[in-house]
Design a protein. Structure first.
Length: 1064
């Protein structure tokens, strides 16, 4: 496409001479780097070898390598004639001498270049160069024009060799079975306006390919190299995935047939082996059933279905221009620019004066500096090129940080007479408030509209409207932006957006609702007067993770039918399950939680999320975990008895919170500030600000969900802080769990802790210290970064040591008890991981299972029987349940969990051996997989009682809840039986009435082996009086003592079990 030729000539004295020519722009660039030279002139056949000021090189910075050189771009307005041109340099040295340089080998006029003027031509582009009955070919005639531009021509396409069974219509070549494989079809294009003709040969192939033909297009044509290779990875819901090599060359790039449901294009790099370069990976694209040809363009995260669109997308353009600083704009080009192309900044259609432009051809970058000081973020800023590239609107990105608004009145505020609304939208030139009577009203047809007032200094738009006529109505914002059309013309871009600060929304969160959180419709009786449950120390917490729907949706929950799967169902009292065969009755729901004795419930997302249709109530598949935020500050409607009335979800949620509190249970909310289900709503307000993006403005994907919120930006950080304070203040929340916390910068997490503890010093803050993919964030909250900062992390090191990772593999409790590396990790976990990833034990959230990955039961079964099939995870003898091999492993895990330093965390149902039938990612699986089966509590009541009694033991004995590392070091010894780290037996000795415990000495023995009657007397510490009281043995807990034994008569410990002994 381009004929910009660069020839580098190096003299024997290490001086460098460059010549770069571009017949497309009629330009020559001469570059000289010569020792001792102060001036230089280019001479040659093109200027009759005359030394002239027009051909004098100027000192300047070579922006491609950062070196100072003499450089000159010389343009010939009428071009040069085709042929060979000799040239040379006249160099003026420091002592005034003139040196003539025109050769390397002492031959006269050795320097030369060939000039070949560009001529426009017609060409036929095809989606591929072969056709079959299943796969037609799309054809388009294009004209290759000046500056590398390609234009779609209205040329006539026809068949040069008419063949039976061959059809050419509407730009598609099709065949039927009559056409033999191997047949050559010649297509002709004729452009009568320019009198141009072109031909294209298409070969007929046999059927054989399956799937969709996917093409990957890179402007540089680099698909393979010594240490990299691009290919396609296809996968689906019922497929483990496979690799597809790009092995078919096309007019635009490389392609292959993909027969999976979804695919990504990825770059594989070679080090010690082939690995994915995650920064280069595309988004996930879906293959439609009717798709036959798809196009994916590098650095353009769209899937295209037409050849015409693909060609238009690959023509030279300024891909993106970004303003991240007050005085700098960076533009990135799709192609390496030809020399001689000039660039300028235009503000509202007028060329800006005094700006400086730096072009880095090799990097395809244009840097514009010295910007006018009076730029407004709402101005239409354009970068224009003199030729070759279409113009591009500048996106004002990180420069918006200078327009920080620190007020506490973003969103909606109610006074006696008025409703005040404020929106931060600094790039919008105008915003309207739209009022609707109904949640279903078309957004273009509001009941009334108000023009908001723009405050230029901080980028907010505000309005006061009468409360009487607008309260209870629905609302949206309509925003107006200066923009460019596809043809480069100034247009008004109009977007609609839900208020990101909306605290009430209509069905499915499509509109905000003007609802006063403090009105009587939203406030339950006693809401402002009651006391929350006391928590003396954070280490006293015991967390129970639950999903609102899963907790009570099963009819055997005993919850009223209208409340099953709802907020109110989670706190309905007096519910139970009865086994009709034997009459056994067990508590369910809230009464079950009280009976279990936990301190906190951790609720999976209850903010308004996108994946559940709130208007469908009777479909067991219409459920989701909810990690797909839509409106961060509003309540999810599918858990309300009336999603159509915005105030109902608010008051019912508050009633649930209060009922939990009234029953001594604190509440943690699961918050997902790392990404959103879609970026569109935020982008409709402030384009490309709320989410991290790379240098090309492409969203980065550290979440694995297509985007990641940019918490480090001031107004994003403010949004997160305002949101968490909203939940704490307005809903009396006692804790926050952060999803993919490594995508939240550490400074934001510190501020979250500070601001939250100003309200409740015992609030729990914890999260996942990892991310879901590569991220540009440099100071994310990773494992260990939380040390000493007052918040906690999920300790997956401890979890993996106990039960294995998610392959699933094995751990101390389920088959690798003799693995010394895991055994040492278990010891470290028992100590609260204070020697590795924590400073204080409360920083460690100790867990064996959570909603992600296998339940503990499924992990135990699957890790020891990889061939187990669905429907067979409960294949075991349920008589004498506590003697079952798998059950004993489960109870050993619980035993270690509840007697370790740190904060224990269990998933709902762990206490009754919850199984999801091997589904390790049940985020959208039906109720039949996810719903708690309360009949299993009655069936496994001995397991439940053991969990309950362990919780009681922990709550009554502060030795298991030490606060400081010094206390643990002084009062706890943890070691292996016989000092053998492969013994499979670990002993923990608590001394000195540890942490003011009533028991002077406590010995906890964990037998991870399959050996029954394990004699541990030789490794036991001495008691003060020669006797030990046994509190836990063989799945039985009795804090008053099961039996009292002498030091030399300690019972042998059973396999996969824990024994606790104490000395008063």
């Amino acid at each position: 496409m381009f004929d910009s030729v660069k020839r580098k000539l190096v003299c024997y004295d290490d001086n460098e001479y460059y010549i770069e020519i571009s017949p497309l722009t009629n330009t020559i660039r001469a570059t000289l780097c010569c020792k001792g030279a102060i001036e230089a002139y280019l001479v040659g056949d093109f200027n009759n070898w005359e030394k002239s000021g027009n051909f004098k090189l100027n000192w300047g910075l070579d922006t491609n390598d950062g070196r100072v050189k003499m450089i000159k771009d010389i343009t010939f307005p009428c071009g040069l004639k085709k042929g060979e041109y000799k040239y040379g340099y006249i160099i003026i040295t420091l002592d005034g001498k003139e040196i003539y340089v025109d050769n390397l080998n002492e031959e006269k006029n050795d320097f030369y270049f060939l000039w070949e003027p560009f001529e426009e031509s017609l060409e036929i582009k095809s989606s591929k160069d072969f056709v079959s009955t299943r796969y037609p070919v799309e054809l388009i005639a294009v004209k290759n024009s000046f500056y590398g531009n390609i234009t779609i021509e209205e040329a006539v396409l026809s068949l040069e060799n008419s063949l039976k069974g061959v059809i050419l219509e509407n730009g598609f070549l099709k065949i039927n079975e009559e056409v033999a494989p191997g047949t050559k079809i010649i297509v002709k294009a004729y452009d009568s306006l320019n009198d141009m003709t072109a031909y294209k040969e298409i070969e007929v192939r046999e059927e054989g390919e399956k799937g969709t033909f996917v093409q990957f297009l890179k402007n540089d044509g680099l698909y393979y190299g010594e240490n990299f290779s691009w290919n396609i990875w296809g996968f689906g819901e019922n497929s483990s995935g496979k690799e597809f090599n790009l092995n078919i060359k096309t007019d635009l790039g490389l392609g292959t047939f993909v027969d999976e449901e979804k695919f990504i294009v990825r770059k594989r790099t070679w080090g010690c082996n082939w690995v994915n370069d995650w920064n280069e990976q595309t988004y996930t694209f879906y293959l439609g059933k009717e798709d036959r040809n798809l196009f994916c363009i590098y650095e353009n995260n769209k899937i295209l279905t037409s050849l015409k669109t693909a060609i238009e997308e690959t023509t030279p353009k300024i891909q993106v221009a970004l303003m991240d600083h007050k005085n700098t704009i960076k533009a990135y080009l799709s192609h390496k620019p030809l020399i001689g192309v000039k660039y300028g900044l235009y503000i509202n259609g007028i060329k800006a004066k005094g700006v400086s432009t730096i072009v880095r051809e090799n990097e395809k970058e244009v840097l514009i500096t010295n910007l006018p000081s009076d730029i407004d973020p709402s101005d239409l800023l354009e970068v224009r090129a003199s030729s070759m590239f279409s113009s591009c609107k500048v996106i004002v990105r990180d420069y918006l940080n200078d327009y920080y608004y620190g007020g506490n009145d973003l969103g909606v505020r109610f006074s006696e007479e008025n409703i005040s609304l404020r929106l931060w939208a600094p790039t919008a030139k105008k915003v309207e408030l739209l009022i609707y009577e109904d949640y279903k009203s078309l957004r273009e047809n509001p009941l009334r509209k108000y023009d908001m007032n723009r405050e230029k200094e901080n980028g907010t738009h505000l309005i006061k409207v009468p409360r009487k006529e607008n309260e209870g109505k629905y609302y949206l914002y309509r925003l107006y932006f200066n923009d460019l059309s596809k043809e480069g013309k100034h247009v008004n871009k109009i977007t609609y957006a839900v208020d990101p600060y909306a605290v009430a929304v209509g069905v499915n969160g499509e509109k905000g609702a003007l609802v006063d959180l403090f009105s009587k419709e939203c406030v339950p009786e006693g809401w402002n007067k009651y006391n929350k449950p006391k928590l003396i120390n954070k280490e006293d917490s015991i967390i129970y993770e639950m999903h609102i729907r899963d907790f009570t949706i099963n009819e055997n929950s005993g919850v009223s039918e209208s409340l099953r799967g709802k907020f109110l169902g989670a706190v309905e009292e007096g519910t139970f399950y009865i086994n009709k065969e034997n009459g056994n009755k067990v508590k369910t729901g809230l009464d079950h939680l009280k009976e279990l004795g936990l301190t906190h419930v951790h609720l999976l997302p209850v903010f308004d999320f996108a994946s559940v249709n709130e208007e469908i109530t009777k479909d067991e598949n219409n459920r989701n975990w909810g990690y797909d935020p839509k409106n961060f500050n509003a309540i999810e409607g599918s858990y309300s008895t009336d999603p159509y009335t915005p105030s109902r979800r608010i008051i019912e949620f508050r009633e649930m919170i209060k009922k939990f509190h009234d029953n001594g249970i604190r509440v943690v909310l699961d918050m997902v500030y790392n990404h959103m289900y879609e970026t569109s709503n935020m982008d409709n307000i402030v384009p490309l600000y709320y989410f991290r993006s790379d240098k090309l403005g492409k969203y980065t994907n550290g979440s694995g969900c297509g985007n990641e919120m940019a918490s480090e930006k001031p107004m994003v950080r403010k949004f997160i802080l305002d949101s968490i304070l909203h939940w704490i203040k307005n809903y009396h929340i006692d804790g926050l769990r952060f999803d993919l916390m490594e995508l939240i910068d550490l400074d934001t997490m510190k501020e979250i802790v500070k601001r939250s503890e100003e309200i409740d010093e015992k609030i729990l803050i914890y999260g996942e210290p990892w991310k879901g993919g590569d991220s540009p964030l440099s100071n994310g909250t990773y494992k260990g970064s939380q040390k000493g900062l007052g918040f906690s992390i999920f300790n997956d090191d401890f979890r993996n040591a106990l039960r294995g990772n998610n392959d699933p593999s094995n751990g101390f409790i389920n088959g690798e008890q003799h693995n010394k590396n895991k055994a040492w990790q278990v010891i470290e976990g028992i100590k609260g991981s204070i020697n590795s990833i924590t400073y204080k034990p409360m920083e460690s959230i100790n867990y064996l299972e959570a909603h992600d990955n296998y339940t503990l039961w499924d992990q135990i079964v699957k890790s020891q029987n990889h061939s187990v099939e669905k429907g067979h995870y409960r294949d075991f003898n349920e008589e004498n349940i506590l003697d079952n091999f798998y059950v004993k492993e489960d109870l050993l895990g619980a035993s270690i969990l509840f007697t370790s330093q740190g904060i224990p965390f269990i998933q709902s149902g762990a206490e009754i051996l919850r199984s999801k039938d091997g589904d390790h990612n049940s985020y959208k699986s039906p109720d039949s997989i996810n719903a708690l089966n309360w009949a299993e509590k009655e069936k496994y009541i001995d397991v439940f009682n053991y969990y309950k009694d362990l919780i009681s033991l922990r709550k009554n004995h502060s030795a298991f809840r030490m606060k400081n590392p010094e206390d643990i070091i002084e009062n706890l010894d943890v070691y292996f039986y016989d000092n053998n780290d492969t013994s499979g037996v670990i002993i923990a000795h608590y001394k000195n009435n540890a942490n003011e415990d009533l028991w002077k000495d406590i010995v906890v023995i964990y037998n991870g082996t399959t050996i029954d009657d394990y004699n541990v007397i030789s490794s036991m510490p001495k008691s003060s009086n020669g006797f030990w009281n046994i509190a836990v043995k063989n799945g039985v807990v009795n804090q008053f003592g099961i039996e009292r034994v002498s030091e030399d008569e300690i019972p042998k410990i059973k396999s996969h079990s824990m024994m606790i002994l104490y000395d008063e």
